[in-house]
Design a protein around this ligand. Structure first.
Ligand SMILES: *[C@@H]1O[C@H](CO)[C@@H](O)[C@H](O)[C@H]1NC(C)=O
Ligand SMILES: *[C@@H]1O[C@H](CO)[C@@H](O)[C@H](O)[C@H]1NC(C)=O
Length: 855
């Protein structure tokens, strides 16, 4: 079987030639096959000859794979099968003969047999090539008339940055945009709709905004002036957010989603603010204002667990019950930018309120940006920064444009814009219809993302994306035909107490059941009778209030399973949260059971994954509050918030005395951008990891310490170690220094007799503070306020632990204020102001701003 050397050389030369060129195929005249050949056994020439085919070339870059062909004999549809294709038939016969020969000893085989045997063995594979059509995975090409250029021409848009506003028309990923151009073409542009930006000011002198600006419903609660003038160097946040909604079609910068809507600004983020002022801000102009856009909240540092104080919750309920002529103010809240720190929007009492439309972010490619917080209270996502792009909008200045806007801060206004278009189309939508329509019309993005789950109402739900991406066209067209829902009703279950668990008025815990590593289950039964008694038809939101004592809050995982087996993860572990204060009646919220039949046994699972030898705790008790629509609208009553009963001792008293409302205290809010990482626009998003890994207790898998249960974070940590290392070191030093200076400051202020910023009278708060009668079902829908984690900071910095917090439970006690202030607001990294420059507008005496920007 030796080949002449010359033939080998020729074949070798052929190989090179074949590998380098690709001859044109002629499928009409020939059949093509790929042949895998073992050159150790026989020559290619012999094989080709035996099969009666012609050698074409090497098959791509596959060594020893050859493209061969044979002539087609007729144009009848022949030759695909063994019977009629002579090459395949020959191959088959060779193989059959080889098989038969195996039983015949070598010496008794004929030469012919032997050759056939060798040839057959040298062919490892032979396949006929058929033509197939592959479907492109790429998005369908955008039609020229749908490109930003085409839309601009068609609609006469001359705003120079319109082509850069990919969230309006995305030329690269056309399926990823707010999809409002079709709505504009239906004639809806926000006319007659009014949104208010509760933020750090609004530049009403901007050429892009001034025509849509409404001075009457604007106010500055930081400096107590009529107009929300941006004054501090970083007061550009509110203007940028407002531009996303109401930037005019006027040749300046870009375009707002509801570019003919009215916009006002309420300035609260540029200094300290009292509860009474914050409450007034959230009701400011509430008969004319339809939507309050709130891109702020407690710090997104993965440590805090805070909610709105009593007066603020009271104002929100007032807006819901009486705002917009009784249809309810629409509150839109950004979910928060702390996902990189394992923060979750269920630890923020504003974003986990049933009254908020909670909006998370997806980016320019439709991916989940790593900063955007997941939780079971997430309703929808809207577009914002990530995967290399930011949101382009108006900036502070006469003709200034912003190109680096982003975070969930920018996702929320995009949602506000869509809702404004819908309210123009259907001014009668109530605050709950607005939420229903979000659920009904949100578009699924990244369908293969493992975070999606089919839930009881038939929709998909994701902690990262909520019900999906808000699509203006889908939303407004559905709104046009929407049948209004019946009024709201609710019922609260009795509290379940574990092991004589109790919490006194000072939040001291006793009793309870020890939480083992694999957790404790506790059940609450919901009966048909409970529904009937409360005129309860369809389930909407669920609140779950828990009392848990633990020496490291971040170790705890809490999940809820419905009678039908659907699970809501309410709290996933947070590695940075080392608060010792546990959950003193904190309220979680889930929208994941919307539409589900609530009858049956609900199971809560509280577990302590970390099992740190040093840290442990007990489950004290819990209860649930179900919200839904009424069977009989005529019997509906409006929910009212009781006087300050928000932190009940546990078990709750049957009768709550009318407590005096707490003394208003003074608070500085961190804008969500405070924890927005500097690379929020550049970092590539993801669509392949669940927000929370599935309950690990059953499987016995344990999380790696310090990575927690966010698989996405561990990737992040690996890829951006340097970044997190540096941020961590700086943050640790910053917190230490801030706590130290703050303590000193508080001491000084105390000595100087400084108290809280005096509350303004005459803000129409009388209606708010009227005592309301009712049963204990009249319960706050917001998250419970809670302790902060100063002890931990103290631990870390070696400072002396603070004594028990003040007696009133407004959630923003002195310690908390110090902490909130210690997390400086920064829109862009590096935009720090020198220490000591309080800014021209710091209210005299408050001084809180003086050190908060210290590096
Ligand atoms: C966007 O709007 C168009 C109409 O302008 C509509 O046909 C389409 O279904 C909407 N959604 C998407 C994802 O394109
Ligand atoms: C809980 O932690 C405390 C303090 O670290 C420790 O003394 C106690 O033994 C622990 N209890 C259990 C049951 O592990």
């Amino acid at each position: 079987m030796r080949l002449p050397l010359s033939l080998i050389l020729i074949l070798t030369a052929q190989c090179t030639v074949y590998a380098a060129t690709h001859s044109k195929r002629s499928y009409d005249t020939h059949h093509y096959y790929v042949l895998q050949h073992d050159p150790q056994l026989t020559s290619l020439a012999e094989v080709v000859d035996a099969l009666g085919v012609e050698l074409v070339e090497q098959a791509g870059e596959l060594v020893n794979h050859w493209l061969v062909r044979s002539k087609r004999f007729s144009d009848v549809s022949e030759a695909r099968d063994l019977e009629s294709n002579h090459v395949l038939r020959t191959f088959h016969e060779l193989k059959a003969r080889e098989h038969a020969l195996r039983s015949i000893p070598l010496h008794s085989r004929s030469t012919e047999d032997h050759t056939a045997h060798t040839i057959a063995r040298s062919i490892n594979h032979l396949s006929l090539q058929t033509l197939k059509r592959r479907t492109k995975r790429a998005p369908p090409p955008i039609r020229p008339e749908d490109s930003s250029r085409g839309v601009a021409l068609r609609l006469g848009i001359e705003d120079p940055l319109f082509p850069d506003q990919w969230h309006l028309v995305n030329d690269d990923f056309p399926e990823h945009m707010m999809n409002c151009t079709g709505v504009w073409e239906l004639g809806y542009t926000g006319k007659g709709v009014h949104s208010s930006f509760v933020d750090d000011g609004l530049d009403y002198n901007s050429d892009d905004i001034k025509d849509n600006f409404d001075a009457k419903n604007s106010y500055d609660f930081n400096d107590h002036e009529d107009l929300p003038t941006p004054k501090l160097s970083d007061d550009h946040h509110g203007t940028r957010c407002a531009g996303q909604v109401a930037a005019g079609k006027n040749g300046v910068c870009g375009l707002g989603i509801a570019y003919e809507s009215r916009v006002s600004g309420v300035r609260i983020l540029s200094g300290a603010i009292t509860d009474v002022d914050e409450a007034a801000a959230l009701n400011y102009g509430y008969q004319e204002v339809d939507i309050y856009s709130c891109s702020w909240g407690p710090p997104d540092n993965g440590q805090s667990m805070e909610g709105p104080a009593y007066l603020i919750r009271k104002a929100v309920v007032n807006g819901i019950n009486n705002g917009r002529g009784g249809k309810g103010s629409i509150f839109v809240f950004a979910s928060g930018n702390g996902a990189g720190y394992s923060d979750q929007c269920n630890f923020d009492g504003y974003t986990n309120s049933i009254y908020s439309v909670t909006v998370s972010a997806i980016d320019y490619k439709g991916l989940h940006p790593y900063y955007s917080e997941p939780c079971a209270a997430n309703l929808v996502v809207a577009y914002s920064s990530g995967s290399g792009k930011h949101i382009v909008t108006t900036d502070v200045g006469k003709n200034q444009c912003a190109r680096t806007h982003g975070g969930t801060s920018a996702a929320a206004p995009n949602a506000v814009g869509v809702l404004a278009l819908a309210i123009e189309a259907r001014p009668d939508l109530t605050w709950r219809d607005i939420q229903y329509l979000c659920i009904e019309t949100a578009r699924i993005v990244n369908p293969d993302d493992p975070d999606w789950e089919r839930i009881a109402n038939g929709h998909l739900y994701s902690y990262k994306y909520g019900y999906g991406s808000l699509d203006a066209y889908a939303y407004v067209t559905a709104a046009l035909n929407w049948k209004l829902v019946t009024p709201q009703t609710w019922f609260r279950t009795p509290s379940v107490r574990l092991g004589d668990g109790a919490m006194d008025a000072e939040e001291g815990f006793s009793g309870g059941e020890f939480i083992p590593r694999n957790g404790i289950d506790s059940k609450i039964m919901v009966t048909r009778e409970m529904l009937d008694t409360h005129n309860f038809d369809k389930l909407e939101h669920i609140n779950i209030q828990v009392w848990i004592d633990h020496s490291k809050r971040g170790d705890i995982e809490v999940s809820l399973t419905s009678p039908n087996g659907f699970e809501s993860i309410l709290a996933a572990p947070r590695s940075r949260d080392s608060a010792k204060t546990g959950y003193p009646g904190w309220t979680f919220m889930s929208v994941k059971h919307w539409g589900e039949n609530p009858i049956g046994e609900w199971t809560i699972h509280v577990s302590d994954q970390k099992n740190h030898a040093k840290h442990n705790g007990s489950f004290i008790g819990w209860n649930m509050l179900f919200w839904g629509s009424t069977v009989d609208p005529a019997k509906a009553t409006k929910f009212e918030l009781l006087a300050d009963n928000d932190i009940w001792p546990f078990p709750p008293l049957d009768e709550i005395e009318d407590a005096n409302p707490p003394t208003p205290s003074s608070t500085i809010y961190a804008k969500p951008t405070a924890h927005l990482p500097g690379d929020h626009g550049e970092a590539e998003g993801e669509n392949s990891s669940p927000a929370f890994s599935s309950t690990p207790t059953q499987s016995g898998v344990s999380a790696t310490p310090d990575e927690g249960w966010f698989p996405g974070l561990s990737n992040l940590v690996t890829s951006q170690k340097w970044f997190f290392g540096a941020v961590g070191a700086v943050a640790l030093f910053g917190v230490g220094a801030a706590v130290f200076f703050w303590r000193r400051r508080v001491e000084q202020l105390r000595r100087a007799g400084y108290g809280t910023v005096p509350a303004e009278d005459g803000m129409g708060m009388r209606t708010l503070s009227q005592p309301v009668t009712g049963t204990r079902e009249l319960y706050d829908a917001f998250g419970e306020v809670s302790d902060e984690d100063d002890e931990d900071a103290d631990e870390q910095t070696g400072l002396r632990p603070q004594a028990r917090r003040d007696a009133h439970h407004d959630g923003f006690s002195d310690e908390n204020r110090g902490r909130s202030a210690a997390t400086p607001y920064r829109d862009e990294p590096g935009s720090t102001r020198p220490a000591g420059s309080g800014g021209p507008s710091s209210p005299s005496g408050s001084g809180d701003g003086s050190w908060e920007h210290a590096p």
